[in-house]
Write a protein that binds this ligand. Structure first.
Ligand SMILES: C[S@@+](CC[C@H](N)C(=O)[O-])C[C@H]1O[C@@H](n2cnc3c(N)ncnc32)[C@H](O)[C@@H]1O
Length: 223
C-alpha cells in the first residue's frame, strides 16, 4: 500500500461501502458528534473529513444557518464529499484540500473566510483521521488553532479491542493497516490533556474511543 494521499485516491469511490461503516464505525461518529453537541448556526470543522460521512449528523445539529468546513489532504475524497453535499442540496459546506499537520492556520482561516465562513470554528471533530497522520500532534494543534476558545473538540479513533472483544484484534489491526492508521497512536489523549469537561465513550469492545471536551482559552489564534 502506498502513501496516504495515493491510497485514498484509490479508496475514494468505494470508501463508503468498504469501510464497514454500519456494522462498526458509524457507532463512533454518532457518539463523537453527540458528545460535541453542535448547535444551530455553528460552524464545525471536520478534520480529515473524507467523503463526508459525518456531514448528515452534523447538519442535523447545525441546520441551514450553520456551516461545515471539511478539510482533507485527498482531492479524491473531497470530490466524494462534494458529491454528497450537492446530492443533498447542502449549500453550507466549505471543502478545503490541505494537510492538517503542516497547514498554516492563518492561511486556512483566510480560505475559509474567502469562501463565506468564519475564520474560527465553533466546534471541530476528527473521526478516524488523526491516527493516519504520523504528525498528528501538529494536526491537533492546528485543529485547536482553527477554533475559537471554548470550542467543543471531538476525537474519534481506534485502538485494539479489549476484554472478550480482543478476539477481533487481528481484524481490527487489518482494518487499520489497510486504512493506513496507526492503531497505537491514541490521539484522543490530546483531548484529555488540553480540554476541560472531557466526555468519554467507547464502542465495539473498546476498539472505538471517543473523547470530547472544551478547548482551553489559550489555543493560538490564526494571525
Ligand atoms: C479513514 S478516513 C476517515 C474519513 C472521515 N473522517 C470518516 O470519519 O469517515 C481518513 C481521512 O483522513 C485523510 N487524511 C489522512 N492524512 C491527512 C492529513 N495529513 N491531512 C488531512 N487529511 C488527511 C484521508 O485523506 C482520509 O480522507
Amino acid at each position: 500500500m502506498g502513501p496516504i494521499p495515493e491510497r485514498y485516491s484509490i479508496f475514494a469511490p468505494l470508501y463508503d461501502v468498504l469501510s464497514a461503516e454500519f456494522p462498526i464505525y458509524r457507532a463512533g461518529r454518532v457518539l463523537g458528534i453527540a458528545a460535541m453537541a453542535p448547535r444551530m448556526g455553528d460552524q464545525v470543522l471536520d478534520v480529515g473529513c473524507g467523503t463526508g460521512l459525518n456531514f448528515p449528523l452534523l447538519q442535523a445539529g447545525i441546520g441551514e444557518t450553520g456551516t461545515i468546513v471539511g478539510l482533507d489532504s485527498s482531492a479524491d475524497m473531497l470530490r466524494q464529499a462534494r458529491r454528497r453535499a450537492t446530492k443533498r442540496g447542502w449549500n453550507n459546506v466549505i471543502l478545503l484540500q490541505s494537510d492538517a499537520a503542516t497547514l498554516d492556520p492563518a492561511e486556512v482561516a483566510a480560505r475559509v473566510t474567502a469562501a463565506g465562513g468564519q475564520d474560527r470554528s465553533d466546534a471541530a471533530i476528527a473521526s478516524y483521521a488523526l491516527s493516519l497522520m504520523p504528525q498528528w500532534p501538529r494536526a491537533w494543534d492546528n485543529m485547536r488553532a482553527l477554533c475559537r476558545p471554548g470550542a467543543m473538540l471531538s476525537v474519534v479513533d481506534m485502538q485494539d479491542p479489549v476484554g472478550a472483544a480482543a478476539l477481533f484484534t487481528p481484524l481490527a489491526r487489518l482494518a487499520c493497516r489497510l486504512g493506513g492508521a496507526d492503531i497505537a497512536a491514541r490521539p484522543w489523549q490530546a483531548v484529555e490533556r488540553d480540554c476541560t469537561g472531557v466526555l468519554r465513550a467507547t464502542a465495539r469492545g473498546g476498539h472505538l474511543q471517543i473523547r470530547a471536551g472544551r478547548s482551553a482559552a489559550d489555543a493560538s489564534e490564526p494571525s
